[in-house]
Design a protein around this ligand. Structure first.
Ligand code: PHE
Length: 470
């Protein structure tokens, strides 16, 4: 059976942007930012998107396009070692953690969308009277389970269609709709009284808080940057494995990062002016922030029901275009490695996610474990592993792949890129991982650096070969 490919250039970009733009930009971003001191967090986050995200995206693309296989098969085939297949297996595990909680949040969004749309026919918004209590009862329990299953089902329908007729077609329709609706909503939000106070809060950078908090925000900021770019889970490896022609990977990575960040900023331009014009305190922290503050706000606005429907509709589309990229990881694994057809692969994955998602929907402690404790660390470790692979196993072959389809300017950056992804970024990611376990706070900066250098250095030595980056 010939492997599927994207039909068009733009199709790949839109699918990857669809994966990147999601709940990370709209649901997770405001509360993680608020919990980590606002603007200080924002700066570190933007820095990581640029300095780690873009070269990291290229790294995952290089692996995927060269191997034309799922992350497990890709690492095995390119290295000839089953040890690396096991490392690739972490992608499937990470996808499991991701989609299990993501689908539950997608279900919450779906519920708010359905209820807003029903209220358009007349009648009050059911979540508006007591937004906090309402979210409390909607977020965990049998209703949450039911909506999780519906969201997962929608995800499966798209993935079932395959690479071209499912994912590519779906995201080509969804992404422009998300952009247009967000622009309309942001323009409307700008007309609200006190919108200016919202902009001021959102766009003010405070360097002194950054200095004070740098290390405590590093872990969460890096985690958020990887999460929003869909890095570290093998999604981008998988999507790039469907590239038929040789296009410029650095150009595509830059485009995806810019579009994803624009949507993030745009979402902020909708959310913050709205909150301020209604005098709602932004950032009641935690996963309920968006639902409680924004949902409460809609009820008090003229035309709020229509705005609420549009808003939750946009978020639902953005979430769906991301969840399909999570489901595609195990599906491509089952198709490539076990020779299952797509239907059977989707069916198997669906049963697993239905169960693991159910645990997230029913038990807030499981949700906390998956969505907060595990996910960022898995993504950070996953990306470090992919980049070590690029620098030390693919080595100079990665450079060749990087240059295929890239223009002269990008090609000349190749050696610097390889050095960055092989040496600097793994060091940074290991350091970040250590700080996320509170090491820097406990033992101080230099001992943490020393340990990071030790761990990364041991990996470098272990992986050293004639082809490697240094
Ligand atoms: N980037 C997606 C979002 O922001 C989440 C995601 C993470 C998707 C990792 C795939 C892989 O919602």
């Amino acid at each position: 059976m010939t492997r599927e490919t994207w039909a068009t250039r733009i199709g790949f970009i839109l699918a990857a942007v669809g994966s990147a733009v999601g709940l990370g930009n709209i649901w997770r971003f405001p509360w993680v930012t608020a919990e980590n001191g606002g603007s200080a967090f924002l700066l570190v986050y933007l820095f990581v998107v640029l300095a780690v995200g873009v070269p990291g995206l290229v790294g995952e693309f290089v692996i995927g396009r060269r191997a034309k296989r799922n992350p497990v098969g890709a690492l095995r085939d390119l290295s000839g070692s089953t040890g690396w297949a096991v490392v690739g297996g972490f992608s499937v595990l990470t996808a499991l953690v991701l989609l299990s909680f993501y689908s539950v949040v997608g279900g919450w969004i779906l519920r708010y969308f359905v209820e807003s749309a029903l209220a358009l026919a007349g009648g009050p918004l059911p979540y508006a009277a007591e937004p906090g209590a309402y979210f409390g009862s909607a977020s965990a329990g049998t209703d949450a389970l039911a909506y999780h299953l519906v969201f997962l089902g929608l995800t499966a329908v798209v993935v079932l269609g395959g690479v071209r007729k499912g994912i590519e077609l779906g995201t080509t329709v969804m992404m422009p709709a998300v952009f247009v609706l967000l622009v309309v909503l942001a323009a409307w939000a700008a007309t609200q009284p006190d919108a200016a106070a919202g902009y001021a809060f959102y766009l003010s950078f405070d360097l002194s808080t950054l200095e004070e908090n740098f290390f405590s925000v590093l872990g969460p900021a890096a985690g958020q940057a990887l999460f929003t770019l869909s890095l570290g889970a093998g999604t981008m490896v998988t999507y790039a494995s469907y590239l038929g022609e040789d296009r410029s990977l650095p150009f595509d990575a830059g485009t995806i990062a810019v579009l994803n960040t624009s949507v993030g900023v745009l979402a902020g331009l909708v959310v913050f002016p709205l909150l301020f014009s209604l005098g709602v305190e932004p950032g009641s922290p935690g996963p309920g922030a968006l639902f409680v503050s924004i949902a409460g706000a809609f009820a008090r606005l003229p035309g709020g029901t229509l705005i609420a429907s549009a808003f939750f509709g946009v978020v639902a589309l953005a979430a769906l275009s991301s969840s399909i990229s999570m489901l595609e990881i195990p599906v491509s694994f089952l198709v490539d490695e076990f020779g299952f057809d797509r239907r059977r692969s989707v069916a198997v994955a669906l049963v697993v996610f239905a169960v693991t998602g159910a645990a997230n929907a029913l038990d807030p402690a499981v949700f906390q474990l998956f969505a907060v404790t595990l996910v960022d660390r898995l993504l950070t470790a996953g990306l470090a592993a992919f980049l070590l692979f690029v620098g030390w196993v693919l080595g100079r072959d990665a450079l060749e792949e990087f240059r295929l389809g890239a223009g002269d300017l990008a090609s000349s950056l190749g050696p610097a890129w390889l050095y960055a992804v092989g040496v600097v970024l793994p060091l940074f990611l290991v350091f970040t991982l250590l700080t996320s376990f509170g090491l820097e706070a406990r033992v101080g900066f230099w001992p943490t650096v020393a340990l990071a250098v030790g761990v990364a250095g041991a990996a470098f030595l272990g992986l050293r070969s004639s082809n490697s980056v240094v």
